[in-house]
Ligand binder design. Sequence first.
Ligand code: DC
Length: 228
Amino acid sequence: MNKKITIAIDGFSSTGKSTVAKELAKELKYIYVDSGAMYRAVTLFAMQHNFIGADFFDLESLSKTLNSIDLSFKLNTATGNADMYLNTINVEKEIRTLEVSNLVSIVAANPIVRKKLVAIQKEIGKNKGVVMDGRDIGTVVFKDAELKIFMNASAETRAKRRYKELIEKGEEVSYEDIYKNVVDRDLMDTTRKDSPLVKADDAIEIDNSNLTKEEQFNLILSLVQEKL
Ligand code: DC
Protein backbone atom coordinates (compact mmCIF):
# COMPACT_ATOMS: atom_id res chain seq x y z
CA MET A 1 0.00 0.00 0.00
CA ASN A 2 2.98 2.32 -0.39
CA LYS A 3 2.11 3.28 -3.94
CA LYS A 4 1.36 7.00 -4.14
CA ILE A 5 -0.76 8.42 -6.90
CA THR A 6 -1.80 11.86 -8.13
CA ILE A 7 -5.45 12.81 -7.75
CA ALA A 8 -6.79 15.68 -9.86
CA ILE A 9 -10.19 17.10 -8.94
CA ASP A 10 -11.59 19.66 -11.37
CA GLY A 11 -14.99 21.17 -11.77
CA PHE A 12 -17.24 24.18 -11.58
CA SER A 13 -17.06 26.64 -8.70
CA SER A 14 -18.69 25.66 -5.42
CA THR A 15 -19.10 22.01 -6.33
CA GLY A 16 -17.46 21.01 -3.05
CA LYS A 17 -14.15 20.04 -4.67
CA SER A 18 -12.02 21.37 -1.85
CA THR A 19 -14.12 19.75 0.91
CA VAL A 20 -13.77 16.30 -0.57
CA ALA A 21 -10.16 16.86 -1.65
CA LYS A 22 -9.18 17.85 1.91
CA GLU A 23 -10.90 14.79 3.38
CA LEU A 24 -9.24 12.50 0.86
CA ALA A 25 -5.80 13.96 1.54
CA LYS A 26 -6.29 13.43 5.28
CA GLU A 27 -7.46 9.85 4.80
CA LEU A 28 -4.58 8.99 2.45
CA LYS A 29 -1.96 11.17 4.23
CA TYR A 30 -1.38 13.03 0.97
CA ILE A 31 -0.62 16.70 0.40
CA TYR A 32 -3.71 18.77 -0.42
CA VAL A 33 -3.37 21.76 -2.72
CA ASP A 34 -6.18 24.25 -3.30
CA SER A 35 -5.05 25.75 -6.61
CA GLY A 36 -7.99 28.19 -6.60
CA ALA A 37 -6.57 29.72 -3.42
CA MET A 38 -3.43 30.61 -5.37
CA TYR A 39 -5.42 32.42 -8.09
CA ARG A 40 -7.39 34.15 -5.34
CA ALA A 41 -4.17 35.26 -3.59
CA VAL A 42 -2.81 36.78 -6.82
CA THR A 43 -6.16 38.55 -7.27
CA LEU A 44 -5.98 39.91 -3.71
CA PHE A 45 -2.45 41.14 -4.41
CA ALA A 46 -3.71 42.90 -7.58
CA MET A 47 -6.55 44.50 -5.57
CA GLN A 48 -4.20 45.66 -2.82
CA HIS A 49 -1.94 47.34 -5.42
CA ASN A 50 -4.86 48.88 -7.26
CA PHE A 51 -4.13 46.88 -10.42
CA ILE A 52 -7.71 45.64 -10.61
CA GLY A 53 -11.15 46.92 -9.61
CA ALA A 54 -14.77 46.64 -10.67
CA ASP A 55 -14.11 48.39 -14.00
CA PHE A 56 -10.37 48.26 -14.67
CA PHE A 57 -7.51 45.80 -14.92
CA ASP A 58 -3.92 46.96 -15.27
CA LEU A 59 -2.47 43.70 -16.52
CA GLU A 60 0.87 45.26 -17.45
CA SER A 61 1.60 46.38 -13.88
CA LEU A 62 0.48 43.05 -12.46
CA SER A 63 2.71 41.18 -14.93
CA LYS A 64 5.70 43.34 -14.00
CA THR A 65 5.30 42.67 -10.29
CA LEU A 66 4.36 39.00 -10.53
CA ASN A 67 7.89 37.93 -9.58
CA SER A 68 7.57 39.71 -6.24
CA ILE A 69 4.62 37.53 -5.26
CA ASP A 70 5.51 34.67 -2.97
CA LEU A 71 2.78 32.07 -2.45
CA SER A 72 2.94 29.30 0.11
CA PHE A 73 0.71 27.03 2.15
CA LYS A 74 1.26 26.57 5.89
CA LEU A 75 -0.50 24.22 8.24
CA ASN A 76 -3.03 25.84 10.54
CA THR A 77 -2.79 23.68 13.65
CA ALA A 78 -6.20 24.87 14.88
CA THR A 79 -8.11 23.68 11.79
CA GLY A 80 -5.70 21.00 10.57
CA ASN A 81 -5.84 22.58 7.09
CA ALA A 82 -3.22 24.44 5.07
CA ASP A 83 -3.76 28.21 4.94
CA MET A 84 -2.76 30.39 2.00
CA TYR A 85 0.08 32.84 2.61
CA LEU A 86 0.78 35.80 0.35
CA ASN A 87 4.26 37.23 0.94
CA THR A 88 4.37 35.75 4.48
CA ILE A 89 0.90 37.05 5.44
CA ASN A 90 -1.94 34.64 6.13
CA VAL A 91 -4.68 35.64 3.65
CA GLU A 92 -6.93 32.60 4.03
CA LYS A 93 -9.90 34.71 5.13
CA GLU A 94 -9.43 37.68 2.75
CA ILE A 95 -9.25 35.51 -0.38
CA ARG A 96 -12.72 34.01 0.25
CA THR A 97 -14.71 37.24 0.05
CA LEU A 98 -17.23 37.95 -2.71
CA GLU A 99 -15.04 40.89 -3.88
CA VAL A 100 -12.21 38.49 -4.65
CA SER A 101 -14.62 35.94 -6.17
CA ASN A 102 -15.94 38.64 -8.50
CA LEU A 103 -12.47 39.45 -9.88
CA VAL A 104 -10.59 36.15 -9.73
CA SER A 105 -11.75 34.76 -13.08
CA ILE A 106 -10.44 37.87 -14.85
CA VAL A 107 -7.00 37.46 -13.26
CA ALA A 108 -7.03 33.68 -13.78
CA ALA A 109 -7.70 34.06 -17.50
CA ASN A 110 -4.26 35.58 -17.93
CA PRO A 111 -1.58 33.29 -19.46
CA ILE A 112 1.30 34.97 -17.58
CA VAL A 113 -0.43 34.38 -14.24
CA ARG A 114 -1.32 30.81 -15.19
CA LYS A 115 2.24 30.00 -16.26
CA LYS A 116 3.63 31.06 -12.90
CA LEU A 117 1.02 29.20 -10.85
CA VAL A 118 1.10 26.02 -12.95
CA ALA A 119 4.90 25.84 -12.48
CA ILE A 120 4.50 26.06 -8.68
CA GLN A 121 1.71 23.45 -8.73
CA LYS A 122 3.80 21.01 -10.80
CA GLU A 123 6.71 21.42 -8.42
CA ILE A 124 4.55 20.73 -5.34
CA GLY A 125 3.13 17.56 -6.93
CA LYS A 126 6.27 16.19 -8.56
CA ASN A 127 6.66 13.30 -6.08
CA LYS A 128 2.97 12.26 -6.27
CA GLY A 129 0.96 11.68 -3.12
CA VAL A 130 -1.03 14.82 -3.84
CA VAL A 131 -4.69 15.76 -4.15
CA MET A 132 -5.06 19.00 -6.07
CA ASP A 133 -8.32 20.69 -6.96
CA GLY A 134 -8.99 23.39 -9.52
CA ARG A 135 -10.08 23.86 -13.12
CA ASP A 136 -7.14 22.60 -15.20
CA ILE A 137 -5.48 20.05 -12.94
CA GLY A 138 -6.35 16.98 -15.02
CA THR A 139 -5.98 18.75 -18.37
CA VAL A 140 -2.85 20.88 -17.85
CA VAL A 141 -1.09 20.57 -14.47
CA PHE A 142 -1.12 16.77 -14.09
CA LYS A 143 -2.15 15.34 -17.44
CA ASP A 144 -0.84 11.94 -16.30
CA ALA A 145 -2.72 11.89 -12.96
CA GLU A 146 -3.80 8.33 -12.13
CA LEU A 147 -7.23 9.50 -10.98
CA LYS A 148 -9.13 12.44 -12.45
CA ILE A 149 -12.49 13.53 -11.12
CA PHE A 150 -14.72 16.15 -12.72
CA MET A 151 -17.32 17.51 -10.33
CA ASN A 152 -20.56 19.17 -11.24
CA ALA A 153 -23.86 20.28 -9.72
CA SER A 154 -26.60 22.65 -10.82
CA ALA A 155 -25.82 26.38 -10.54
CA GLU A 156 -28.67 26.75 -8.06
CA THR A 157 -27.38 24.02 -5.75
CA ARG A 158 -23.91 25.54 -5.86
CA ALA A 159 -25.11 29.09 -5.20
CA LYS A 160 -27.14 27.89 -2.21
CA ARG A 161 -24.10 26.12 -0.76
CA ARG A 162 -21.84 29.14 -1.26
CA TYR A 163 -24.46 31.50 0.20
CA LYS A 164 -24.80 29.36 3.33
CA GLU A 165 -21.02 29.23 3.72
CA LEU A 166 -20.57 33.00 3.49
CA ILE A 167 -23.51 33.78 5.76
CA GLU A 168 -22.11 31.38 8.35
CA LYS A 169 -18.81 33.25 8.15
CA GLY A 170 -20.69 36.46 8.91
CA GLU A 171 -20.45 38.05 5.44
CA GLU A 172 -23.31 40.26 4.34
CA VAL A 173 -24.22 38.93 0.92
CA SER A 174 -27.39 38.38 -1.07
CA TYR A 175 -28.32 35.07 -2.68
CA GLU A 176 -28.88 36.85 -6.01
CA ASP A 177 -25.32 38.23 -6.01
CA ILE A 178 -23.89 34.81 -5.21
CA TYR A 179 -25.94 33.15 -7.94
CA LYS A 180 -24.76 35.75 -10.45
CA ASN A 181 -21.14 35.20 -9.38
CA VAL A 182 -21.48 31.43 -9.87
CA VAL A 183 -23.00 31.79 -13.35
CA ASP A 184 -20.55 34.52 -14.43
CA ARG A 185 -17.55 32.52 -13.26
CA ASP A 186 -18.79 29.36 -15.01
CA LEU A 187 -18.95 31.33 -18.25
CA MET A 188 -15.53 32.97 -17.84
CA ASP A 189 -13.81 29.79 -16.66
CA THR A 190 -15.18 27.67 -19.52
CA THR A 191 -14.69 30.17 -22.33
CA ARG A 192 -11.24 31.62 -21.63
CA LYS A 193 -8.58 30.86 -24.26
CA ASP A 194 -5.86 29.57 -21.92
CA SER A 195 -6.67 26.29 -20.14
CA PRO A 196 -10.47 26.62 -20.03
CA LEU A 197 -12.42 24.43 -17.65
CA VAL A 198 -13.23 21.25 -19.59
CA LYS A 199 -13.59 17.67 -18.50
CA ALA A 200 -10.47 15.67 -19.35
CA ASP A 201 -11.28 12.71 -21.62
CA ASP A 202 -10.15 10.28 -18.93
CA ALA A 203 -11.88 12.06 -16.00
CA ILE A 204 -14.79 10.49 -14.14
CA GLU A 205 -17.71 12.90 -13.89
CA ILE A 206 -19.66 13.12 -10.64
CA ASP A 207 -22.80 15.22 -10.34
CA ASN A 208 -23.20 15.69 -6.62
CA SER A 209 -26.48 17.68 -6.63
CA ASN A 210 -28.17 14.78 -4.87
CA LEU A 211 -25.26 13.23 -2.99
CA THR A 212 -24.48 13.78 0.67
CA LYS A 213 -20.90 14.70 1.53
CA GLU A 214 -20.43 11.23 2.96
CA GLU A 215 -21.78 9.46 -0.13
CA GLN A 216 -19.52 11.53 -2.32
CA PHE A 217 -16.46 10.87 -0.15
CA ASN A 218 -17.08 7.11 -0.14
CA LEU A 219 -17.60 7.08 -3.89
CA ILE A 220 -14.32 8.86 -4.58
CA LEU A 221 -12.44 6.81 -1.99
CA SER A 222 -13.56 3.62 -3.72
CA LEU A 223 -12.23 5.02 -7.01
CA VAL A 224 -8.90 5.74 -5.31
CA GLN A 225 -8.74 2.24 -3.89
CA GLU A 226 -9.24 0.78 -7.39
CA LYS A 227 -6.15 2.70 -8.52
CA LEU A 228 -3.97 1.64 -5.61
O1 DC B 1 -11.80 26.95 -6.78
P1 DC B 1 -12.07 28.45 -6.57
O2 DC B 1 -13.50 28.81 -6.77
O3 DC B 1 -11.52 28.95 -5.30
O4 DC B 1 -11.25 29.16 -7.75
C1 DC B 1 -11.28 30.54 -7.92
C2 DC B 1 -11.09 30.90 -9.38
O5 DC B 1 -9.75 30.61 -9.78
C3 DC B 1 -11.99 30.18 -10.38
O6 DC B 1 -13.17 30.91 -10.66
C4 DC B 1 -11.13 30.05 -11.60
C5 DC B 1 -9.73 30.14 -11.11
N1 DC B 1 -8.99 28.88 -11.13
C6 DC B 1 -8.38 28.52 -12.29
O7 DC B 1 -8.51 29.22 -13.27
N2 DC B 1 -7.61 27.41 -12.34
C7 DC B 1 -7.47 26.62 -11.27
N3 DC B 1 -6.71 25.53 -11.36
C8 DC B 1 -8.12 26.96 -10.07
C9 DC B 1 -8.90 28.09 -10.03
